[in-house]
Ligand binder design. Structure first.
Ligand SMILES: CC(=O)N[C@H]1[C@@H](OP(=O)(O)OP(=O)(O)OC[C@H]2O[C@@H](n3ccc(=O)[nH]c3=O)[C@H](O)[C@@H]2O)O[C@H](CO)[C@@H](O)[C@@H]1O
Ligand SMILES: C=C(OP(=O)(O)O)C(=O)O
Length: 422
């Protein structure tokens, strides 16, 4: 298993390019199941999760070809297997996103239930309830959701909580339903908007995306389209936190600052100098960060996917920060590992109180989930001495060539793979 080895204490300086968003690219690839025509996608990040999704779609009979660096061409003209097996779903929960498109276009699907994961239980009951409201006959058997419908029928659906992939699954299903669907309490995340924009290019009739009420008028058929995946706001935010922790002067190219409001506000409060253009962010930091609290919320609130990285920054900040995790019940797995590097963090239920220390010290630590891994990288870059992070397969799910990008900024970081150092 690969590890990362970091020697901390270097300022980050230079330019890097932000990749396309994993959480937009995954549903967008699933939208390819809604048509027999070709989807021509640009800015698809090169990540393990994307490879897993392409493997899943390939197993169903879709043809996917990776072209120049970040292009993917996908054609689901000959789908002959309407199943998502457990071995793929368990490595990537977003596999559940094939459920809506399969039932909508083929009238049936058999998709493994994802089960719990490191950050919480993460049930998919709202996806299932919504599909049932659209007229699908649903059964749970042997750990699989089995859904059947001659043709889905539009309905008014209010999810019990805001769910990102739930909104995406139901929005995709409703595009081919008979009649109008209204999704109330819908997720407003930029990745939902990006998916809606692709679906509209494919011929779907959608309005209200970006608000909590999405209206979808079903159509008979969707067609092919070209689309560029929106920039990854979480990857960009992770690099900004790294600069905040080490000090430096970095330009992020191909970013989408308009999707990052809540986070950029917090980083400014922490003392980072930020300048933004339509698709770039310049960030400078020449002081010890100031402690900033945050409460994770659905978009446009502070994203849960940035909670661990902000906590790493707060660990070395001047002052005490209170962080409250409202989305997932177990998303503090990084706290213990940050503690091994000298961070002072007390957890009480959903609340973490972070008392900044002047310096962290490098240590051997273990990544437990994707964003926990990112927080350990940030801590390692800022710490005195050497840090080794194990189990970085979590990181590889969601960050493209992270160590190469950081090295380009002057970080002392290398991957130690089973095949040797890189
Ligand atoms: C691939 C992808 O886009 N992943 C993102 C997506 O995950 P994902 O879509 O899985 O997260 P949700 O928005 O669905 O989850 C929000 C909350 O609702 C709960 N819930 C959700 C659905 C459901 O049927 N029942 C239920 O109880 C979850 O357990 C969680 O507590 O949004 C999360 C919240 O912004 C992000 O952290 C993930 O990075
Ligand atoms: C939790 C995340 O992803 P997933 O929903 O794929 O587990 C994430 O991107 O931080």
């Amino acid at each position: 298993m690969d590890k990362l080895s970091i020697t901390g204490g270097r300022r980050l300086e230079g330019e890097i390019t932000v990749s396309g968003a994993k959480n937009a690219a995954l549903p967008i690839l699933c939208a390819g199941l809604l048509t027999a025509d070709i989807l021509a996608l640009e800015n698809v990040p090169r990540l393990n999760d994307i490879d897993t999704m392409l493997r899943l779609l390939g197993r169903m009979g879709a043809r996917a070809e990776r072209g120049a660096a970040h292009d993917v061409s996908l054609c689901a003209a000959e789908v002959d297997c309407l199943e998502a097996p457990y071995e793929l779903v368990k490595t990537m929960r977003a596999s559940i996103l094939v459920l809506g498109p399969l039932v909508a276009r083929y009238g049936q699907a058999r998709v493994s239930l994802p089960g719990g994961c490191a950050i919480g239980q993460r049930p998919v009951d709202q996806h299932i309830k919504g599909l049932a409201a659209l007229g699908a006959d649903i059964q749970i058997e042997h750990g699989f959701v089995i859904a059947r419908a001659r043709r889905l029928k539009g309905a008014s659906i209010r999810t019990d909580m805001v769910t990102v992939t739930g909104t995406e699954n139901l929005m995709m299903a409703a595009t081919l339903a008979e009649g109008t669907t209204v999704l109330e309490n819908a997720a407003r995340e930029p990745e939902v908007v990006d998916l809606a924009e692709l679906l509209i290019k494919m011929g779907a009739r959608i309005s209200g995306h970006g608000t909590d009420r999405i209206v979808i008028e079903g159509v008979e058929k969707l067609h092919g389209a070209s689309h560029r995946v929106v920039a990854d706001r979480i990857e960009a935010g992770t690099f900004l936190c790294a600069v905040g922790a080490t000090g430096g002067d970095v330009l992020l190219r191909q970013a989408a600052p308009e999707t990052m409001g809540a986070l950029l506000d917090k980083l400014q409060e922490a003392g980072l100098g930020l300048e933004c253009g339509p698709d770039w962010i310049r960030c400078t930091m020449n002081q010890r960060p100031r402690a900033v609290g945050a409460r994770t919320r659905e978009y446009p609130g502070f994203p849960t996917d940035m909670q661990a990285q902000l906590m790493a920054l707060d660990s070395i900040a001047d002052g005490t920060a209170v962080i409250v995790e409202n989305i997932f019940e177990n998303r503090y797995m990084h706290v213990q590992e940050l503690g091994r590097m000298g961070a002072q963090i007390d957890i009480d239920g959903h609340t973490a109180v972070v008392t900044g220390v002047p310096e962290l010290s490098g240590a051997n630590v273990m990544a437990t989930d994707l964003r926990a891994s990112a927080s350990l990288v940030i801590a390692g870059l800022a710490a005195r001495g050497a840090t080794t992070i194990e189990r970085i397969y979590h990181l590889d799910r969601g960050y493209e060539r992270m160590e190469e990008k950081l090295r380009a900024l002057g970080a002392d970081i290398r991957r130690i793979s089973d095949k040797g150092a890189a």
